[in-house]
Design a binder for this molecule. Structure first.
Ligand code: SF4
Ligand code: SF4
Ligand code: SF4
Length: 288
């Protein structure tokens, strides 16, 4: 398993540290801007571009939470089917488990800031939506709204299905359908048969982001499902203050229906559409 990881065309182990460092830097910048009330459309576009370019296309985005999720499951499946190799692969499993845990714990403290501004694939979808649709996500004639219940049942089925497939049959769904791998295009350009499916998926996601707000994040991404379950308990989130005049303008622009009062914000991508439209500057990123 260790050698399989080292030979993966989508993970250069030497790049893991620089990728994780770039994630930490972008995350820290995003959190500081949120706390200082300086995150707005222009600033967010710069950060989204930085995450697409640096951890994304330059570093290849290898150590992302979807990869960590799939590797943990694959290693568990390998240990179940070949118990004599279990001890050998334990250190690799611990590394990916820790990576996945760190991403998950971040959602319990800061909400979905990683998904909002740091994840290269999330940033591609957010940027497409911001630049083409702008703030009229709910009213734009091209936009298709996904019913919340459908999205949640669908993502749970995919999430549970991917766990069952990997643990029982060692079928790694998110190794096969993983648009993150398109970020490795510069290193895999001569390896077209390997990169073709990720690139096709990436293009499908890019185009569908014009019509559906963050389609991969809300319907398919396994870390999206984990973050949806955990970020409702986050300490910091966008909350209304006493300045609110109940105009409901924020609710009309929120692409995920999370701007209402007392929302748990489990599906809030900190897109700042509600903050930007609020006439009384009543939405702040804060503790209760
Ligand atoms: S839900 Fe998945 S793809 Fe979307 S931003 Fe989060 S980690 Fe990235
Ligand atoms: S837009 Fe601002 S003032 Fe209006 S309901 Fe939302 S938080 Fe309150
Ligand atoms: S509540 Fe809605 S509009 Fe406001 S930041 Fe979250 S997702 Fe965007």
């Amino acid at each position: 398993m260790v050698s399989m990881l080292a030979n993966s065309p989508f993970l250069n182990p030497q790049m893991m540290i620089p990728i994780l460092i770039s994630y930490v830097i972008l995350f820290a910048i995003a959190v500081i801007l949120l706390f200082k009330d300086k995150m707005n459309k222009k600033v967010s576009i710069v950060i989204l571009l930085a995450s697409i370019i640096v951890p994304g296309f330059i570093l290849g985005s290898g150590a992302h939470p979807v990869f960590a999720f799939q590797q943990v499951l694959l290693i568990m499946s390998n240990a179940v089917h070949n118990p004599n190799t279990a001890l050998m692969i334990l250190p690799t499993m611990i590394v990916f488990l820790v990576i996945l845990m760190v991403f998950t714990v971040s959602t319990l403290i800061f909400g979905r800031t990683f998904c909002s501004y740091v994840c290269p694939l999330g940033s591609v979808q957010e940027l497409t939506s911001k630049l083409i649709i702008g703030k009229k996500v709910k009213k734009h004639k091209y936009v298709i709204e996904i019913p919340e219940k459908f999205a949640n049942y669908f993502r749970l089925c995919i999430f549970i299905g991917s766990i069952v497939l990997t643990l029982i049959w060692s079928f790694a769904l998110f190794s096969i359908i993983n648009p993150f791998n398109a970020f490795t295009i510069s290193t895999n350009i001569l390896n077209l048969q390997v990169i073709l499916i990720p690139i096709i998926l990436f293009i499908i996601i890019l185009v569908s982001s014009v019509f559906v707000y963050r389609p991969w994040c809300r319907l398919l991404c396994p870390f999206g499902t984990i973050a949806w379950l955990t970020s409702r308990f986050s300490i910091f989130k966008l909350r209304r203050t006493d300045k609110c005049i109940q105009c409901k303008a924020c609710e009309k622009v929120c692409p995920t229906g999370e701007a209402f009062e007392d929302s748990k914000k489990s599906e809030c991508y900190q897109c700042m559409r509600c903050v930007d439209i609020c006439p009384s500057d009543a939405i702040k990123y804060k503790k209760k």
